[in-house]
Write a protein that binds this ligand. Sequence first.
Ligand code: MG
Ligand code: MG
Length: 624
Amino acid sequence: MHRSIATVSLSGTLRQKLEAIAAAGFDGIELFEADFINFKGTATELRGIVADLGLSIDLYQPFRDFEGMPEAQFLRSLERAERKFDLMEAMGAPMMLCCSNTSPLSIDDPARAAAQLHELAERAARRNLRVGFEALAWGRHTSLYGQAWNIVKQADHPHLGLILDSFHTLSLKDDPAGIADIPGEKIFFLQMADAPLLAMDVLQWARHHRSFPGQGDFDVVGFFEQVLRTGYTGPLSLEIFNDIFRETPNRRTAVDAMRSLLYLESEARQRLAAVQPQRVELFNPPPVAALSGLSFIEFAADEASALTLDTLVRQLGFRRIGRHRSKAVTLYRQGEINFIVNAQPDSFARGRFEAHGTSVCALGVRCADPLAAVGRATAMRSKRHDSPVGPNELRVPAVVAPGGNLIHFVPEALGANGLYEADFILEDEAPEANDAGLAQIDHVALGLAVDQLDTWVLFTRAVLGLEAGESLELADPFGLIRSRGVANAGRSVRLVLNVSLSQRTRTARTLSVTGGGAVHHIALRCDDIFEAAARLRANGTRFVPISDNYYDDLATRIDLAPELLARMRAAGVLFDRSPAGDYLHIYTESFEGGLFFEVAQRVGAYDAYGALNAPARMASQAQD
Ligand code: MG
Ligand code: MG
């Protein structure tokens, strides 16, 4: 497909936007009028810059408040249109977007609107330009694509067609199924946008909260599928108004934008494959790899913090398995959980995290075919990372996640532990001395900067094939946290994405020392939380104390056996219940003022993360 993006979707000056768009591999742009008005050159100069970058200007937009007007306003608007056509000719833009009228002067008369658009198209045709008519969700008399199509049909001019925008249709909960009945050649242009489901005024929603396909909650794939069923072969474009994208460095946004189109095409391709031969080539990446669990977590540490971490990790019931054959790297294990502490002075991790004490620098996920998984990731515009490998060591392919951490793909065939034993000189430490019964990594929670949440949702969907759960807002004593779980279908890989909406929360402070995208806590799963908590305490692990008031309140909310409530109160264990099952968990004190651990027990098919209890933990941490 010809891939395009509206300049309004990115931050920066027009030239910076164009450079970022070209660097991300787009074919063309929609020129947002304000970007041109504030540009210091002429239309002809812009044409040169765009051409030098290998781009085309596919659409000039928007032309407002045109159709259905009283005669005097209509004639003035035709003059206005002629001046825009002059510019379009000079810059080489073949099409103008005319969006449905919002003016109180406009008249609710589709025949008048059709006649006036016919005249506009006639003027455009004299210069071999085209006009696309788009229904805005807040248009005064035309808000649905069906209404806009009726007007375009009545106008019946070869230089007039329909522009579709997924936001306007999906935000009004209009049914996109009717699109498939429109002749593909009368759809002139397609704009795609996703958005989170929000209960707010549609204009505010549209102007501030749109996101790239795959970042929000709309069925954008279903919408795109309907458009492809018409035989449409025109541009696939993104038009995203988003407050955060206006601030985010535009190179990053442009990569997200391209990833979102590739994801959209590949998903639509799968749905359409069985239905019809494709008239356009849709992106066909390697399939998403089936992940089967979190295999290891790697910490970057300096020599001093590696020693402190050694004590902490042993208190958590891990035993030291071995030293790496060629690096200052130590392996710890409990159950199927592997922790790797990397104190290698020249490591990738240390290079990035030098000034920041201990942080997580890599995660390992198990899958059947790591090379296929890396192939998927690079097809979706993630960078591959190859670590230096010594003699007799296994190469574990990795990709760079947003923010810079690595995700390694560990071959399942090696078994839960096989990989490491090839690379490590094993120690003969007395086994099971401190074992606390922790069996698996339940989830890894990341603290993200506000502008990274959408990036991560799309990365985990498009690259790792994870599904996003609902977005929750949680109260920290110093601000709100937005939290969203993402997991694979088998629920063996779970990440929690946390964003602080305030600068003053602990989550935000964790970020400020790591620059964002940092692991915030690690949850380890056990079969018996009371047994695990008792053993961990005996090992010297310290837990965040929970207020008595919490348990008094819990008893009023949930019908619990008094003995269970008493045990939880005595052990400081938190509790959540869903219709599917229960979740019992406890948090350790944080390490070096940052990272901490959670110990969790899932009962039944409980599928969340005890988010309701996070405020109890955050309040307790704030009272340290
Ligand atoms: Mg639009
Ligand atoms: Mg958690």
